[in-house]
Design a protein around this ligand. Structure first.
Ligand SMILES: N[C@@H](CCC(=O)N[C@@H](CS)C(=O)NCC(=O)O)C(=O)O
Length: 220
């Protein structure tokens, strides 16, 4: 079945889909949408696909999905026979994944908005967005610290799930919105673990090779 992603290269939400598709080795067709400066996501042609006027949108044959977390769920349910990325056979883990998918929306609404202000000239209360991001990062840090205490690195399981993919971009990209990771060591370790996955792909604003080189040479 042909898969199609309506995509914008600087969108963290679109990147979630590109990243999971890469990790699962799923092929798809891309339709570039000029989000900025073109505002193509608010034009009639795109609104006919997603009346909400948000990116990404995704289609698989007749199925059209317009919420990022739903797209991640679909890709994992259909393209990951191991059921590791979406633990359909483990109700507690599955519910926890759903909880972190919802949490990822709070990252978009805070860190994502600060970046929208700094990178794409959006007029909004950037200080409020940054304060909100710090609060959300503290919750994430506390959870990941607890996970590390028990020997874990990923959000839900001893392996990554779509919860990690949903939460990763707007944390990794937050320096572009004026929020660094200096006070969040567990978050830094988690970001690194995701960047180290086989078939990981990056996007503009996520710097991966530099950090890998540091580790390889043993530099601080
Ligand atoms: N609820 C949607 C929101 C996605 C979202 O906010 N996308 C951004 C681009 S990353 C967008 O299109 N925002 C609309 C706008 O800026 O006008 C989802 O999770 O997929």
């Amino acid at each position: 079945m042909s898969l199609r992603l309506y995509d914008y290269v600087l969108s963290g939400n679109c990147y979630k889909v590109r990243l999971l598709a890469a990790l699962l080795n799923v092929e798809y067709e891309t339709v570039p949408i000029d989000y900025y400066p073109g505002g193509e996501h608010k034009q009639p042609d795109f609104l006919a696909i997603n009346p909400a006027g948000t990116l990404p949108a995704f289609s698989a044959g007749e199925l059209v999905l317009t919420e990022t977390q739903a797209i991640l769920t679909y890709l994992a349910a259909v393209h990951d026979p191991s059921r590791r990325w979406l633990p359909l056979d483990d109700p507690s883990a599955l519910a926890n994944v759903m909880q972190w998918l919802a949490f990822s929306g709070r990252l978009t609404d805070t860190a994502g908005r600060a970046r929208l202000h700094d990178m794409l000239n959006r007029t909004l209360d950037v200080e409020a967005a940054r304060r909100g991001a710090i609060d959300v990062f503290r919750e994430l840090e506390a959870h990941l610290t607890e996970r590390r205490f028990h020997g874990g690195i990923f959000l839900v399981s001893d392996h990554p799930t779509i919860a990690d993919i949903a939460c990763f971009p707007y944390v990794a990209l937050s320096p572009d919105g004026g929020i660094d990771h200096d006070d969040f060591p567990a978050i830094k370790a988690w970001l690194y673990a995701i960047k180290s996955l086989d078939r990981f792909i990056t996007m503009p604003g996520i710097h991966v090779l530099h950090e890998r080189r540091q580790v390889q040479t043993g530099a601080a």
